[in-house]
Structure formats: C-alpha cells, structure tokens
Design a protein around this ligand. Structure first.
Ligand SMILES: [Zn+2]
Ligand SMILES: [Zn+2]
Length: 237
C-alpha cells in the first residue's frame, strides 16, 4: 500500500494548510489500476473511503480498524465499475457507512451488468444501494474537516469531485488522471461538459493537492504546467 499523504503523523511536522490529524491512505488496484483513497480525521476517529475499485478496499479497512477509525462513508466520484465494485466489502465491515453518489450515476451502480456487458468484464459486481445523492456545492463533514461537493460532469454525467477547502485537497476521480484527462468517448460522456468542469476545477488554488482516480498524487499547478491534454482543453476553447 502506498501512503499518499500521511503528512502529519509520520513526521509530526505541521505543514501549513493541512488539518492537524488528517491522514490520507491510498491503495491502488483492480482491473483498471484505480485508486481508492481513505481520508481520516485521526482526532475524531472518523474516515471516509473515496471510490472502491475491485479487490482494493480491504487493506484500507484493515488500517481503519487498526487505528480505531469509524468508516462513516463510501463517497463515490462516479459510477464506473472500477470505482465502486468493492462496495460490498465496505458494507460488510462498516454497515453504517453512508454510500453517496450523484443521482445521474445511480443507474450505472444499480445495474452493474450494463457495464460488465459494455466492457466485457469477467467479474460480477453486486448492485449498489445508495444511501443519499450528493448535489453540487453540498458541504459534507469528516470529523472536523469540511468537504465540498463539486459537480464535474463530462467523463460521466454525474461525476463529482470532493474538495477540502481548508486543507486544499481535491479527490478528483477521473477528471484529471495520470498526466491526462478522463475519457470522453464513452456513451454517456460529454466533451463540452468536460471542458467546463476542467475550467471550474482549475480555478481552485494552484497549490491544491490532487488525488485522482488513477496515477500518482499531484497538484493543480503541476498539471497546469505538464498535462498536455488538460492544456489542450484550457487553451483551445
Ligand atoms: Zn471513469
Ligand atoms: Zn476510472
């Protein structure tokens, strides 16, 4: 398991802008090498899992148990199979965790067979029961950390990012990934929505840390400089 940003407790060096007690653990796996991020408030002993790729979430839940954290949620960026397949693992071990997603993605998670057919997958995925739908600008909470929902359609019609304004951290899903941007050639993708979403997220502070759905942790400033696909969207309207 890769530790994406266990900034404070490993080093005990306060870093400006980061909430004291914030812990971030990432595990990458599944058929599409997808990131599952767990963000915890060590003081409040609460954690949330962002996205649940196939065969990837269990080690994060083990860590949560080890630290005595209550996993209060599985908050999904969108409904592609590689981002939610492991949801029964979370439900089994933390039955009270709230499963959140944008309403426009709910069909994909309620009927996983649509995707297993489309992508000719060899795995079976259980239908996901959503506890609540997130909407744009909704403010959620993990312990004492505020998390803002940013509606970012394009790659998928109900794609959202989760933004920690005080910690300047963005859980970005498949908006900006691994030096590229999320694909927009899928049946329910939309290229011009994608452009608007990229512009909106790139208006956040450049020092914002970005934990995407695939690839290593980065910052918005680094992506602005180095991500050719992103620049293409931003510079050629
Ligand atoms: Zn996706
Ligand atoms: Zn993905």
């Amino acid at each position: 398991m890769r530790i994406a940003g266990n900034f404070l407790s490993l080093t005990h060096t306060p870093i400006a802008g980061l909430h004291y007690g914030m812990q971030i653990l990432t595990n990458t796996g599944g058929m599409a090498m997808t990131n599952s991020h767990m963000v915890a408030d060590e003081i409040a002993k609460q954690a949330v899992i962002f996205d649940a790729p196939d065969n990837t979430v269990a080690p994060l839940l083990d860590e949560a148990v080890k630290h005595g954290w209550d996993v209060i949620g599985l908050w999904l960026t969108h409904g592609h199979f590689d981002h939610f397949a492991d949801h029964p693992v979370v439900r089994r071990r933390f039955p009270n965790a709230k499963f959140l997603i944008h309403k426009s993605e709910a069909l994909k998670t309620a009927q996983p067979e649509l995707q297993t057919r489309l992508f000719r997958l060899s795995i079976e995925i259980e239908p996901l029961k959503v506890d609540a739908y997130v909407i744009d600008n909704q403010v959620l909470q993990i312990g004492s950390m505020k998390v803002q929902v940013i509606f970012t359609p394009g790659h998928a019609p109900g794609h959202v990012c989760y933004y920690f304004p005080n910690e300047k951290l963005l859980i970005g899903g498949d908006l900006i990934i691994g030096g590229s941007v999320g694909r927009t050639d899928l049946p329910d993708s939309n290229h011009s929505d994608m452009e608007a979403s990229l512009r909106r997220v790139m208006a956040l502070p450049p020092e914002t840390r970005l934990l995407g759905g695939h690839g290593p942790a980065t910052t918005l400033a680094h992506e602005r400089q180095t991500n050719y696909f992103l620049r293409d969207f931003l510079d050629n309207p």
